[in-house]
Design a protein around this ligand. Structure first.
Ligand code: BES
Ligand code: ZN
Ligand code: ZN
Length: 492
């Protein structure tokens, strides 16, 4: 983690090994742009990064004066710098046009820059024989020379502790989710993740209950059990609780935690199986989120429910044609064993409703269809309550994660009708697959929770093939930032 230091000197006077200068909207006339002849020689016009090595100034383009582009640019700058042996860097103050946090655009923009810089450091190298050393330790924020921000600088200084803390907590917990999701599936099985949850709970003063097969049987969670039946590893339902005094709301988060999804008997093709260790992304996101919220000391009682299982193949596999009796009592005709996440979630949502939440949100890498529909950068928001969906959408977008609402409709719902049971786990047509998966979950939401529930399909952004935004190839930690922001906004 980087250490942030505030310095009252002007940008030029702050001492650091290297300077990072943002070039906003290609404006190279800013006072912090030096040695323009060098930029000209190399044809740098303010797009991407340019490192003036002789003068130790790294320029990074910010195409529009937008808080999210500052975050991305800061990450890019750090990725470019980390191979060098600099120990410290300096940045100046910026206030993007669309920033809003606490009436302090400067605060929100600086929060974005500081998180972006930190994200630039992330690399998963637990299994690399040769680790890349990281030399950068300190970031100096130059506060001087900021007459245009005079008022905001005072607010910033007042809020700084809080702001730095938030940046730190966000990055630490997004990276926690990334590390867990990146851990290979032979290691990160359900008991492994459950143990991690227990260790974190102990460290952060949370309660943690870990339930095994007997408990699931006792509660009638047969849909969940069927999915795990062919696995050599036992399932674990993990329930983490953060319960502060004077909680204003009870928020229950549910995460799909398939530590591996090979598809089961409806087996995936070789190509689609790769990255399926990321099918536990929802569970890892809610685990990281509840720990982040505890660090931020939010005034809400938060529960995280992780449905950990593994979808494998054996003589004992559950099959297409099987009919499962869920915890809610609804019967499910299995028509495709690769539509397993919704089976685990059906029972976990049932467990979650028993906790009587004010707000219930599930996070799941549920469908390839969501990725086809929205692209790999965007998560889908589903639910019955327009206002709640919109609130989630705004909070998510503010946090820097991309989301879009996907509407339910009665025609798609009919496609889940089964001749053999109360409902089928897939539809006969593949169109609208993200929405029909959401509608399947909706069947397990009781009337009194219909308007309190949201389903977030994070299948697109959970795993990264090529660098984008603040991400590095591998797990992205999708869901953590949006969920933390949503809870913070829900308490305002
Ligand atoms: N875990 C997958 C969904 C997924 C796909 C996550 C791509 C991340 C990236 C899920 O369990 C699945 O296999 N869904 C099927 C559903 C189908 C059988 C109706 C899918 O999307 O193809
Ligand atoms: Zn599947
Ligand atoms: Zn899956």
């Amino acid at each position: 983690m980087l250490q942030f230091k505030l310095d009252h000197a002007s940008f030029e006077h702050v001492k650091a090994d290297v300077a990072v200068v943002f070039v906003v909207e290609k404006n190279l006339n800013h006072a912090w742009v030096h040695h323009k002849e060098v930029l000209e020689t190399f044809g740098y016009e303010g797009e991407g990064v340019f490192f003036d090595q002789a003068h130790k100034r790294l320029y990074v383009g910010v195409a529009h004066n937008d808080v999210h582009l500052f975050r991305e640019a800061a990450c890019l700058a750090l990725k470019a710098l980390k191979k060098y042996h600099f120990k410290s860097l300096k940045v100046g103050l910026y206030a993007a046009k669309n920033a809003t946090e606490g009436e302090c655009p400067l605060g929100q923009t600086m929060l974005a820059i500081l998180t972006g810089l930190q994200f630039g450091l992330y690399q998963y190298e637990a299994y690399k024989s040769k680790k890349e050393p990281i030399h950068l330790k300190e970031v100096h924020v130059a506060l001087g020379e900021a007459s245009q921000f005079e008022h905001e600088v005072k607010t910033l200084e007042r809020n700084l502790e809080k702001l730095l803390h938030k940046a730190h907590v966000l990055v630490e917990h997004v990276n926690l989710a990334r590390d867990l999701v990146n851990t290979p599936p032979d290691v990160a099985n359900a008991p492994y993740i459950a143990k991690k949850a227990q260790d974190l709970a102990e460290k952060n003063g949370l309660e943690c209950f870990v339930h095994g097969e007997d408990y699931l049987k006792e509660k009638g969670m047969n849909a969940y059990l069927a999915v795990n039946r062919a696995s050599a590893n036992p399932p674990r339902l993990v329930h983490v609780v953060y319960k502060p005094k004077n909680a204003k709301k009870k928020i229950v988060l549910v995460g799909k935690g398939l530590t591996y999804d090979c598809g089961g008997l409806s087996i995936k093709t070789a190509e689609y199986m790769i990255t399926m260790k990321a099918d536990k992304g929802g569970a890892c996101a809610v685990l990281a989120t509840i720990n982040a919220l505890a660090h931020l000391k939010v005034d809400a009682e938060v529960h995280a429910v992780l449905g950990l299982a593994e979808n494998m193949i054996s003589g004992n596999s559950y099959r297409p044609d099987d009919i499962l009796i869920s915890k809610e009592g609804k019967t499910i005709e299995v028509r495709n064993t690769d539509a397993e996440g919704r089976l685990v979630l059906a029972d976990c949502l049932s467990f979650a409703q028993d906790l009587e939440p004010d707000i219930l949100v599930d996070f799941a890498t549920l469908t390839g269809a969501c990725v086809v529909g929205l692209g790999q950068y965007t998560s889908g928001i589903m639910g019955n309550n327009e206002e709640l969906k919109t609130r989630f959408e705004h909070a998510a977008l503010k946090s820097g994660e991309l989301v879009a609402k996907l509407p339910f409709n009665r025609h798609l719902r009919k496609l889940l009708d089964s001749k053999m049971a109360d409902i089928a786990n897939i539809t006969p047509v593949r169109y609208g697959g993200a929405v029909t998966a959401g509608l399947f979950l909706n069947e397990f939401i009781r009337e009194e929770y219909k308007d309190k529930w949201l389903h977030i399909d994070i299948a697109g952004p959970v795993y990264i093939e090529k660098d984008w935004d603040v991400n590095t190839p591998g797990a992205s930690g999708a869901g953590v930032r949006m969920c933390v922001e949503f809870v913070l906004e829900s308490l305002k």
